[in-house]
Design a protein around this ligand. Structure first.
Ligand code: NAG
Ligand code: NAG
Ligand code: NAG
Ligand code: NAG
Ligand code: NAG
Length: 627
């Protein structure tokens, strides 16, 4: 069949074009987005917890120089399911800006929310970046700005505390500091002071503020040492804060990467209550760590804290330990001396290092989820620390500073996106290809496609198909126009309806269309549907004559349906004017025409609808290969 050949070769051309970015997926319904693919390795699929992946791929960690060239959206917040199937591409919202610490929050008002940091622009004066909170309809709810005396919203942390009133963020600020700590009291250097704030998410008001300026000695740093030269602004990054968390006592735990130390800061007076690690640890510990990230409270009571963090054991320049690992550490603060004990350790599955970034998340079912940053590498462990799943971007080009797993319910307010197009070489053999997706919707079980014969005609159900991936493709015979798609959940509820979509048509002359006229007319879905129903009920069982040649049949049937379609179309036009006669009555008039159309559809019924998979190299296949 010629038209199928044309169609297939256009797919093949598409495939060739994609080879240059085969680590990315593109969509007919979301043409501006290129979404990263995942390679997944399941060790024990049964043990994987339910939920969705929250990742924020970026290409380079500092904002790229602006360009006037067109770029598809790639970096930004993305939600995937645990098979690596795209759920939400947030990159159009953040406009290809780097985003960090992208998470779901269930602790605000009982309703699920998203939060993430949009990084400052290349020109910080133009935009210092912000913390963003969205509803599960993907509409903006709040923006939390950087404090006036800071030149950027720090990229490391945007943690919304229980109750959803306040959030924690890290801060950095260049400041001049006297070098008395290095016995050079007559000298001053610029250093980058690290700290944090607790902010009111309503108005960005700062409720608590702390920084290292007069709290942490220069001698604690491994980056700025006693005989180093004096620097101009911004100066030595001597502490490098990279995480903050708060416990129920109201105290803050912070991680300083370049002192190799975790600090507990009093929420009452900002005093340092203890240090874990580094040159001045207050704990007796049977382990060490360096260049750590994402220090979080897991549990806390009067006598003990359980904390989690990543022991990177390396940075961009130096390798300090054997391997990067995710640690759970129990701190006994009632004993003397206080003790720190590793209670769970999960090594980097590749036996390698995460040189910066990374995060650890205790899941509610006891599993642990770890983001290793580089290449979007992330893994899930059972409660006993056994690796059950790992995944990474198919691409070497991107990383995700932190990666999380959360429950999620996404209910976008925008309608589903539908695109339909028609292919065919002659009047008898036309197909309509429909693509549908709904960016962010989690609960679509299947799609119903409807067509009508003119703008205000009535919808006729032309196909139902299960949702199989982010974008669902369905192919139906005939030239369908004025198409809509309905998203249906597993209980049969209609979740959303696309806008009415006119089918895109090729340049008929260029594709060598050989029909009665130089341009085919759309089929009337109602007539086709009526005939199909009659055929299904067996009413016209004996009208089908095996002796008629295929060519005769096509010609006869086509002219019959065209006539019917035209008369129905005119009649519908009258309805619009009269407004009183129901379409049902008119349909009765058309029964004669329907009979004439029977052959036509009878023929077609043999081949009926065809369902094509959306994506020939689907992620699911990759996943099963890797099993
Ligand atoms: C405090 O936490 C530790 C470690 O999680 C636990 O062993 C201890 O029993 C807890 N104490 C109380 C009073 O709950
Ligand atoms: C470990 O990382 C180094 C570079 O940091 C790389 O050359 C090496 O291939 C990695 N090893 C594995 C097993 O991935
Ligand atoms: C991802 O998986 C595919 C198929 O299993 C494989 O060909 C490819 O090399 C993998 N890519 C990476 C980056 O591991
Ligand atoms: C569609 O999904 C339903 C419910 O999950 C399932 O029972 C049915 O077999 C699926 N149909 C197809 C064609 O896969
Ligand atoms: C088809 O033609 C054959 C021979 O010409 C005849 O015997 C048969 O009855 C015809 N079938 C129908 C359905 O008309």
């Amino acid at each position: 069949m010629f038209y199928l050949g044309v169609l297939l070769s256009s797919f093949l051309l598409g495939a060739v074009a994609q080879r240059l970015d085969e680590d990315l997926r593109s969509f007919v319904t979301l043409p501006e987005v290129r979404a990263l693919r995942f390679n997944i390795t399941h060790v024990d699929r049964e043990q994987v917890s339910p939920g969705y992946w929250f990742v924020a791929p970026y290409g380079q960690v500092d904002p790229e120089e602006p360009t006037t060239k067109y770029m598809q959206y790639q970096v930004g917040p993305y939600i995937y399911d645990t098979d690596g199937e795209l759920i939400w591409a947030g990159s159009p919202v953040t406009d290809n800006r780097n985003t960090f610490d992208f998470r779901a929050n269930w602790n605000i008002d009982g309703d699920p929310h998203l939060s993430f940091i949009v990084q400052h622009e290349y020109d910080r004066d133009a935009d210092k970046g912000r913390g963003v909170i969205m509803g599960n309809d993907y509409e903006l709810e709040r923006e939390v700005g950087a404090a006036d005396d800071l030149n950027a919203f720090n990229m490391h942390e945007f943690k919304i505390l229980d109750g959803g009133k306040t959030a924690l963020a890290c801060t950095t600020k260049p400041q001049q500091i006297n070098l008395a700590d290095f016995d050079r009291p007559e000298e001053e250097s610029w250093v980058v002071v690290g700290g944090f704030v607790e902010m009111d998410i309503e108005n960005s008001e700062i409720l608590f503020e702390w920084d290292s300026y007069d709290k942490l000695s220069l001698t604690e740093s491994v980056k700025f040492i006693a005989d180093d030269e004096v620097l101009n602004e911004p100066g030595w990054d001597y502490v490098h804060i990279n995480s903050v968390d708060k416990n129920s006592d109201g105290d803050y735990i912070i991680s300083m990467r370049f002192t190799n130390t975790i600090y507990l800061v009093s929420g009452k007076d900002g005093e340092i209550m203890w240090r874990l690690g580094g040159k001045e640890s207050d704990f007796e510990q049977d382990f060490s760590f360096t260049r750590q990230h994402d220090v979080k409270f897991v549990k806390t009571n009067n006598t003990h804290h359980v904390i989690s963090f990543m022991n990177n054991a390396a940075d961009e320049l130096h390798t300090e330990g054997e391997i990067t690992s995710a640690l759970f550490v129990e701190l006994d603060i009632s004993s003397s001396p206080m003790t720190a004990t590793v209670i769970n350790r999960m090594n980097h599955p590749d036996g390698n290092f995460t040189r910066f970034g990374g995060n650890i998340q205790q899941l509610s079912n006891g599993n642990v989820f770890v983001g290793w940053n580089e290449k979007g590498y992330m893994s899930e462990y059972g409660p006993d620390g056994d690796l059950i799943m790992s995944a990474r971007f198919s691409s070497d080009r991107y990383a995700s500073y932190r990666s999380y797993k959360f429950d999620w319910i996404g209910q976008p307010t925008t309608p589903p996106d539908l695109a339909t197009s028609v292919y065919g070489a002659n009047d008898q053999e036309m197909i309509t290809v429909m693509h549908v997706s709904w960016n962010g919707a989690t609960d679509v079980a299947r799609w119903e496609f409807y067509a009508r014969s003119y703008e205000h005609g009535s919808d006729v159900l032309i196909a139902t198909t299960n949702k199989t991936s982010f974008e669902t493709m369905y192919m139906t015979e005939g030239y369908m126009d004025w198409v809509t798609a309905k998203a249906i959940d597993e209980n049969g509820n209609v979740l959303g309806i696309s806008e009415v979509c006119r089918s895109e048509v090729p340049d008929w002359e260029a594709v060598g269309f050989a029909g009665q006229s130089s341009h085919p007319k759309a089929d009337d879905p109602e007539i086709l549907q009526n005939i199909r129903e009659k055929l299904d009920s067996g009413e016209y069982g004996d009208l089908y004559d095996d002796n008629t040649t295929d060519e005769d049949r096509k010609a006869a049937v086509h002219s019959a349906t065209t006539e019917v379609a035209e008369s129905v179309y005119k009649a519908y036009g009258m309805i619009q004017m009269l407004e009183n006669i129901t379409i049902g009555v008119l349909t009765m008039f058309c029964i004669g025409g329907i009979l004439a159309g029977v052959w036509y559809v009878r023929r077609r019924k043999m081949r009926s609808y065809q369902h094509l998979p959306t994506d020939e190299a689907s992620i699911g296949e990759d996943a099963s290969k890797a099993d």
